[in-house]
Design a protein around this ligand. Structure first.
Ligand code: F6P
Ligand code: MN
Length: 353
């Protein structure tokens, strides 16, 4: 009889290969996955149990929260706070880091998460997801503060997401490649269905919100103009576009069949640093994309090397197929070069000072 590899079995066997791995990390991952199964159930039954629609509250970024944003956030806090594996948690939906209540034991990891990414899609029954990232709690810190969470993405121990779509998928990396699992609702377990995912270097599919075109920097305008020109333009071939407005779904598509996803910074007041959050979205997705052989960039720098300066920091995100992301990076460096060449010498000195 063929045995299916459950998530629990996979993670125990996978982590056994690492000499420093303790059972604690396996238990932590299992608790996160259990929380996501609960969220999957709420998302699935949304209309029937009256959890769709606006919660009529705003999060720290001034975005109106959906009822499911609040519920998912709560499910993760309640499922993890007692576990003893965490020193603290930080969520896209909470202004400050969440300390572990004093009645529970503390652990050596920090959990950072976006409880329900793409939640504008809940009413229209389009895929959404949970994104998470695990960091080490700095040595000797019992009560982590915001500063302790501000670690570059390269320090992540693990990153993953759960996609609530026609099927529920879990995709995970601990720095040894990327593996995907599918929820078998009959037995309530995630089953290994996608071993060692890898992103082709080339692609003819791109994802960007074209409605923001007039606000982009010249480097992004140039890249998109060229791909849109298709076989009549300098690229000499046709491209296709997709935009789900749900980052988890876009990244999943790239892992399944390739592509590039861009959410650049633009000139709108709240997008001048970018739109997506460094800690909750960009870093975990960056880790997954790199581990699958793709590139994760701001256009000017490797995403995972950005040193965070605050919990809710935003960042430009350009991720996916190596050749396309490299081209976007090249257009940024040409643009920046041109800008500095056209800056009068006295201003260049002022800039360097
Ligand atoms: O949380 C951010 C997010 O919902 C992403 O999931 C998605 O990629 C993006 O915002 C959608 O942005 P827009 O509203 O510009 O389409
Ligand atoms: Mn999000």
């Amino acid at each position: 009889m063929r045995t299916k590899t459950t998530f629990t079995r996979f993670i125990i066997e996978d982590l056994r290969k690492l000499p420093e791995a303790t059972g604690e990390f396996t238990l932590l991952l299992n608790a996160i996955v259990t929380a996501c199964k609960e969220i999957a159930d709420d998302v699935n039954r949304g209309q029937l149990i009256n959890v769709l629609g606006s919660a009529k509250t705003e999060n720290i970024q001034g975005e109106t929260q959906k009822k499911l944003d609040v519920i998912s956030n709560d499910v993760i806090l309640r499922s993890l706070e007692w576990s003893g594996h965490l020193g603290g948690m930080a969520s896209e939906e909470m202004e400050e880091a969440y300390p572990i209540p004093s009645r529970y034991p503390k652990g050596k990891y920090l959990l950072v998460f976006d409880p329900l990414d793409g939640s504008s899609n809940t009413e229209v029954n389009v895929s959404i997801g949970t994104i998470f990232s695990i960091l080490r709690c700095p040595e000797g810190i019992e009560e982590p503060t915001e500063e302790d969470f501000l670690q570059p993405g390269s320090r992540q121990v693990c990153a993953g997401y759960v996609l609530y779509g026609p099927a529920t998928n879990l995709v995970l990396t601990t720095g040894q490649g990327v593996n995907g699992f599918t929820l078998d609702r009959d037995i309530g377990e995630f089953i290994l269905t996608h071993r060692k995912l890898s992103i082709p270097d080339q692609t003819s599919e791109f994802a960007i919100n074209m409605a923001n075109q007039r606000h982009w920097e010249p480097a992004i305008k140039r890249y998109i103009d060229e791909v849109v020109a298709g076989e009549d333009g300098p690229r000499g071939r046709n491209f296709n576009t997709r935009w789900v407005a749900s980052m988890v779904a876009e990244v999943h598509r790239i892992l399944m069949r390739g592509g590039i996803f861009l959410y650049p910074m633009d000139s709108r007041e709240n997008v001048q640093e970018g739109r997506l959050r460094l800690l909750y979205e960009a870093n975990p997705m960056g880790f997954i994309i790199e581990q699958a052989g793709g590139i994760a960039s701001t256009g000017r720098q490797r995403l995972m090397e950005v040193k965070p300066n605050r919990l809710h920091q935003r960042v430009p995100v350009i991720i996916g197929a190596k050749e396309e992301v490299e081209r976007v990076e090249l257009y940024h460096s040409l643009m920046d070069q041109e800008r500095s060449d056209s800056t009068p010498p006295h201003r260049q000195e002022a800039k360097q000072a």
